[in-house]
Design a protein around this ligand. Structure first.
Ligand code: NAP
Length: 265
């Protein structure tokens, strides 16, 4: 039997187990997906332990994401993002990958939104924003990053080849943009949007990384403005799809995984 899993703390509410197990069931694979919640945030020790135990693949979440980077051989993308969220133990040494980038790219692809040549705006400068910015730049978009703390936007923009702004620039940036990603946590706790509603328009595609709730105020207002709206569960789904495909070498049963994920949400 193949064993895959998620390491993080906390991981009790993770939707990865039902999403991956739905795929194993659909394709009749002899595999299980389990969660590991160590107290000590030592990613290197955790990777070594998983390898010793014969785990085939690991997803990695907070607080291990950056830490694990030094314990594996990261691929170019994981290096550029500066974080590993998927470890593959099938080679001679554990390799590290970042499937959040594919999560963003494949979400837009699913909705037939072209990224090459698009004017894109990313709100935020944390981990999700970094993955989104790398995804958009890699697919040929012109990216502007707007963040509450402008210095963090500048640092990220320097790293990925984008422009940096404060949140006060959002209205102008978004009214001219083709693509918008909210990669802040704004909209999770309260029914507020990080983007002025007046700036949203019908030629825009909006991905909100927030997935609790699924329908954020930003997506509601974007839909009212006639924009294409993509909720955060799509990004979550496609990062899982990318991990599944890397580990198993099979095409993922996307519909079964999506149904399990949305049932969990
Ligand atoms: P993070 O590294 O902590 O970054 C948080 C970002 O949100 C920072 O840019 C921060 O700005 C900004 N922010 C927080 N509160 C704000 C406020 N009140 N007003 C304006 N900006 C604010 O977090 P993360 O890991 O990137 O996650 C961000 C969001 O993406 C979360 O909701 C997370 O659940 C979601 N996410 C979704 C997926 C998915 O697959 N759908 C994957 C990863 C993350 P400052 O720099 O100024 O503090």
């Amino acid at each position: 039997m193949d064993v895959y899993g998620l390491i993080g703390n906390p991981v009790g509410h993770s939707l990865s187990p039902p999403m991956h197990e739905a795929a194993y069931e659909e394709l009749d694979l002899n595999a299980r997906y389990v969660t590991f919640e160590p107290d000590a945030a030592d990613g290197a020790a955790a990777v070594e332990a998983a390898e010793t135990l014969g785990v085939d693949g690991l997803n990695v979440t907070i607080p291990f994401k950056e830490d694990v980077l030094d314990a594996v051989e990261p691929d170019d993308l994981a290096r550029r993002v500066g974080a590993v969220n998927t470890v593959d133990f099938s080679g001679e040494v554990p390799t590290g990958h970042n499937t959040d980038v594919a999560g963003v790219q494949r979400s837009f692809e699913h909705f037939d939104v072209p990224l090459a040549g698009a004017d894109a705006v990313v709100v935020g400068a944390g981990g999700a924003a970094r993955a989104a910015a790398v995804a958009l730049v890699t697919d040929g978009a012109e990216v502007a990053i707007a963040n509450r703390t402008v210095e963090r936007a500048e640092a990220l923009a320097d790293d990925v080849g984008a422009d940096a702004h404060g949140l006060d620039a959002l209205e102008d940036l978004v009214s001219e943009a083709d693509v918008l990603v909210n990669a802040t946590s704004v909209g999770m706790e309260e029914d507020v949007s990080p983007v002025p509603a007046d700036a949203l328009h019908g030629d825009l595609a909006v991905l909100d990384a927030v997935y609790t709730p699924l329908e954020t105020r930003l997506l509601r207002e974007a839909a009212d403005a006639g924009a294409t709206t993509i909720d955060g569960a799509w990004m979550l789904l496609y990062q899982g799809v990318a991990a599944f495909e890397r580990w198993t070498g099979e095409d993922a049963p996307v519909e079964a995984m999506n149904a399990a994920l949305r049932e969990g949400l």
